[in-house]
Design a protein around this ligand. Structure first.
Ligand SMILES: *Cc1c(COP(=O)(O)O)cnc(C)c1O
Length: 392
C-alpha cells in the first residue's frame, strides 16, 4: 500500500501537504482505518464534511438506492430528489429559492454573480462591489479567491477579479467606511473557519444587517463550513437570529457527496432569470438524494441540542487545558467548530496527535481546529483531551 503514496506523489499535482504513511481504507462513524489496520479517532470529519460520521448507514442506503435508480439527467428536466431537497432547504431556512452547485467555491461564485446581477437587472449598473472580511476564506476559483481575505491564497494568481474590498472582521466602523453606492453586497462567514475559528460578535452581526438594510445592500452569509448543524443550529446565523439575503452551503450538505447550494430570499433570487446561470451537474438526483437524507437527520431538534451540549463539554475540557498550560492562549468557536490558539506552530501538535491516533487540524500557523463528526462521544473528547494534555 506504500504504492498509493508513491503513485499519489508521482502522478497527482503536488498541491496538498498530506499526512500519514499509509492510505485510509475505511471509515465508520468517528473512526478511520488505514491500510495497516491502525484506527484513528477523527476530529476533523474531512474538513467539516462528514457531520453525521463516516459512512452513515442511512446516507449509504440513500446513495445506493438512488445510484441504482437515476443518477443524472441534467437541469433541462425535472427530478424528484432535487425538488424535495429545495423544498426542505426552504422550509428550514430564511430562503425561498435554491440554486444547486457542486462545491463551496462554486456556490460562492454563484452568490457573487447573483449579487451583481441583482442590481444590473434593476439598471443599477454601478453597484458591483462586494465587501468581504480580512482572514475570510471563500474558495479557490478566481472570483472566490478574489473575495478571500488572505494573501497566501492569492499568491501567483494576479491580476485578480476587480471589485472586492476587504475590511477587518468584527469592526463595524471599518465596514461603514467602506460602504458606498457602488457596493452591491457584504459577504462574510458567521464564524470564520479557515481564518482561525473566529465567531462574529452578536452586536456586530446585528449591526451589519441593519447597515445593509439602510443602504439596500445584499447580505451574503458563507455557511459552507458553519452550516448543517456544525455550530449547534442547522445554520450558524440562526443562533444569532440575524438573517442574510443569500446563503451558501456545501461541505456537509450531503455528508461527503459533493454538492453546493446558493439559497436566497424571493427578492434576491430575482437576480437570476432563465439562462443567467447554470451547472451541468448541479443538483443531480444522486447528490440531492444524499443531501436530503443528511438534512432530515441533522435538522432533528434533539440531534442539534446534542451538538450544543457536546460542544460545550468539549470547550470545557479544552478550557481545563488552558488553565493548566501556559502554551494555550484561547479557546473559541461555536457548537462543534472549535479553535484552540497556542503559542507555537500547530503542525507539531497535529503530527503528534496523528501518531497517537487522533486526527486534528492546524490553521493559521498557531490554531488547532477541531471539527469532529457531530456524533462524537464525550469519552472520545476525553481521550483527545488526555493526549493534548500530555503533548502540551
Ligand atoms: C471550504 C470552504 C469554501 C470552499 O469550498 P470548496 O468546496 O473547497 O470549494 C468556501 N467557504 C468556506 C467558508 C469554506 O469553509
Amino acid at each position: 500500500m506504500t504504492d498509493s503514496i508513491q503513485k499519489t506523489d508521482d502522478f497527482v499535482f503536488q498541491t496538498y501537504l498530506r499526512q500519514g504513511s499509509a492510505p485510509f481504507v475505511k471509515g465508520e462513524g468517528t473512526r478511520l482505518t488505514d491500510s495497516e489496520g491502525k484506527t484513528y479517532i477523527d476530529f476533523l470529519a474531512g474538513i467539516a464534511v462528514c457531520n453525521l460520521g463516516h459512512c452513515h448507514p442511512r446516507i449509504t442506503r440513500a446513495i445506493e438506492k438512488q445510484a441504482s435508480t437515476l443518477v443524472h439527467v441534467s437541469n433541462l428536466f425535472y427530478t424528484r430528489p432535487q425538488a424535495d431537497l429545495a423544498q426542505a432547504l426552504v422550509e428550514n431556512s430564511f430562503a425561498r429559492r435554491v440554486f444547486f452547485a457542486n462545491s463551496g467555491a462554486e456556490a460562492n461564485e454563484g452568490a457573487i454573480k447573483l449579487a451583481r446581477r441583482f442590481f444590473q437587472v434593476k439598471g443599477d449598473t454601478q453597484r458591483h462591489k462586494i465587501i468581504t472580511m480580512e482572514q475570510s476564506f471563500h474558495g479557490r476559483t478566481m472570483a472566490t479567491l478574489s473575495a478571500t481575505g488572505q494573501d497566501k491564497i492569492k499568491d501567483g494568481f494576479y491580476p485578480l477579479l476587480e471589485g472586492f474590498i476587504h475590511v477587518p472582521f468584527n469592526d463595524l466602523d471599518a465596514l461603514k467606511n467602506a460602504m458606498d453606492d457602488t457596493v452591491c453586497a457584504v459577504m462574510l462567514e458567521p464564524v470564520q473557519g479557515e481564518g482561525g475559528v473566529i465567531p462574529a460578535d452578536q452586536g456586530y452581526l446585528e449591526q451589519v444587517r441593519a447597515l445593509c438594510d439602510e443602504t439596500g445592500t445584499l447580505l451574503i452569509f458563507d455557511e459552507i463550513q458553519t452550516g448543517m448543524g456544525r455550530c449547534g443550529t442547522l445554520f450558524a446565523h440562526q443562533a444569532y437570529e440575524v438573517f442574510p439575503d443569500i446563503m451558501t452551503l456545501a461541505k456537509a450538505l450531503a455528508n461527503g457527496f459533493p454538492i453546493g447550494a446558493v439559497l436566497a430570499t424571493k427578492e434576491a433570487a430575482k437576480g437570476f432569470g432563465p439562462g443567467s446561470h447554470g451547472s451541468t451537474f448541479g443538483g443531480t438526483p444522486l447528490a440531492t438524494a444524499a443531501a436530503l437524507e443528511a438534512l432530515s437527520l441533522i435538522c432533528d431538534p434533539d440531534f442539534l441540542a446534542r451538538v450544543i451540549e457536546t460542544g460545550d463539554y468539549f470547550k470545557e475540557k479544552l478550557g481545563e487545558l488552558r488553565d493548566r498550560h501556559e502554551r494555550v492562549k484561547e479557546i473559541r468557536g461555536k457548537g462543534l467548530l472549535i479553535g484552540m490558539e497556542i503559542d507555537e506552530k500547530a503542525g507539531a501538535v497535529v503530527d503528534a496527535c496523528f501518531k497517537k491516533g487522533f486526527i486534528i487540524n492546524g490553521i493559521q500557523d498557531k490554531v488547532l481546529r477541531f471539527a469532529p463528526p457531530l456524533i462524537v462521544e464525550k469519552t472520545e473528547i476525553d481521550q483527545l483531551a488526555a493526549v493534548l494534555d500530555s503533548l502540551l
